[in-house]
Each structure stands twice: as C-alpha cells, then as structure tokens.
Write a protein that binds this ligand. Structure first.
Ligand code: SF4
Ligand code: SF4
Length: 58
C-alpha cells in the first residue's frame, strides 16, 4: 500500500511540509510521492483539494 497524488493536485506544497520522511517531491506536472512514504496519512489531512489517495493496487 502506498499513497499517491493525482492530477487534481494544484501544487500548493502544503503536503511537503507535513511529511515526516520528506517523501513528497515536486514533480513535472504535480507533486509526487516517492517510495520513502511510510503511509502515515498526514499529507491527506492537509491537502485542500483531496488529491492524495491510497493506492490499493500495490
Ligand atoms: S502518507 Fe505520510 S509519509 Fe507518506 S507521503 Fe504522506 S505525509 Fe509523507
Ligand atoms: S497538499 Fe494536495 S494540492 Fe497541495 S501540493 Fe500536496 S497533493 Fe498537491
């Protein structure tokens, strides 16, 4: 299980500041969550547009 950021992201950067393991980086089109993610869920709480979701496929 891993969190993912969808294209709904408006690049506000709020999630970057709350991530305890610095797993969120600025991607080309929108922010991106790397494999360093420990699935704490903090970024989900601060995202103003609900662009962060759990990816259940893996
Ligand atoms: S779930 Fe937690 S560890 Fe994963 S990207 Fe969000 S804030 Fe960072
Ligand atoms: S908080 Fe949401 S909208 Fe803002 S950069 Fe993160 S994923 Fe994108």
């Amino acid at each position: 299980m891993k969190y993912i950021i969808t294209s709904e992201c408006v690049n506000c950067g709020e999630c970057v500041d709350v991530c305890p393991v610095s797993a969120i980086i600025d991607g080309e089109e929108h922010y991106f969550i790397t494999d360093a993610c420990i699935c704490c869920g903090k970024c989900v709480e601060v995202c103003p547009v609900e662009a962060i979701h759990i990816n259940n496929k893996k």
